[in-house]
Design a protein around this ligand. Structure first.
Ligand SMILES: [Zn+2]
Length: 196
């Protein structure tokens, strides 16, 4: 007996795009699809039925929920670390934390640091309204009980426009994608207190 032979399964709420309640097939047609759990903005792949959107591996859905909960905790932790910051609700916004009228930050807790191109893409996804600095915070998922690094990136030109050109040389990120990087703690200590 395979999964395909299982009887009609009414206990499979893991559907998206309003597909909830759709009748399941007698024989599923499995395919891989891009999947984003809720407002996690973490794109993964899952195997689901092309017709009824039944997930082949419910454990994958549970992992997705666990990742989202991990992401929410990381966002809250970052928001609580920054004076004047608040975590955004589950609105599907391309930023997770807002620092007063100063900055909007996308926050991700990941095992490894995203590539400069990915960081640039994540920052660019935050609307360039011109009234707030746009940034990305990487929280290192360091494993059980260990505190990972927390680094923040900005677009160097935008950061300079906010803070003037007298940036510490150590913070410039060698021209990679025009990004500038420092630890979250350095940013909070040297820059946030002056504006937030
Ligand atoms: Zn199906």
């Amino acid at each position: 007996m395979t999964l395909d032979d299982l009887p009609f399964d009414v206990d499979s709420p893991a559907t998206r795009n309003g597909a909830k309640g759709r009748k399941l097939c007698r024989r599923h047609e499995w395919e891989w699809t891009d999947w984003m759990e809720g407002d996690s903005r973490v794109l993964t792949s899952i195997e689901w039925c092309a017709i009824c959107h039944h997930h082949r591996d419910p454990a994958a859905s549970r992992r997705g929920r666990a990742n989202r909960s991990r992401g929410n905790r990381a966002e809250l932790d970052v928001a609580r670390s920054i004076p004047g910051a608040r975590k955004m609700g589950p609105l599907g916004l391309p930023w997770d934390v807002e620092v007063g009228a100063y900055a909007r930050l996308q926050v991700k807790k990941l095992v490894s640091r995203p590539s400069p191109a990915e960081i640039a893409r994540l920052i660019a996804a935050i609307p360039a309204t011109g009234d707030r600095l746009r940034g990305f915070v990487w929280v290192e998922a360091a494993g059980q009980g260990r505190r990972g690094q927390r680094l923040v990136w900005f677009i160097a030109g935008e950061f300079a426009a906010w803070h003037g050109s007298s940036l510490p040389v150590a913070h410039t990120f060698a021209g990679i994608q025009g990004l500038l990087s420092m630890t979250l703690a350095e940013w909070i200590a040297e820059f946030v207190g002056n504006v937030a």
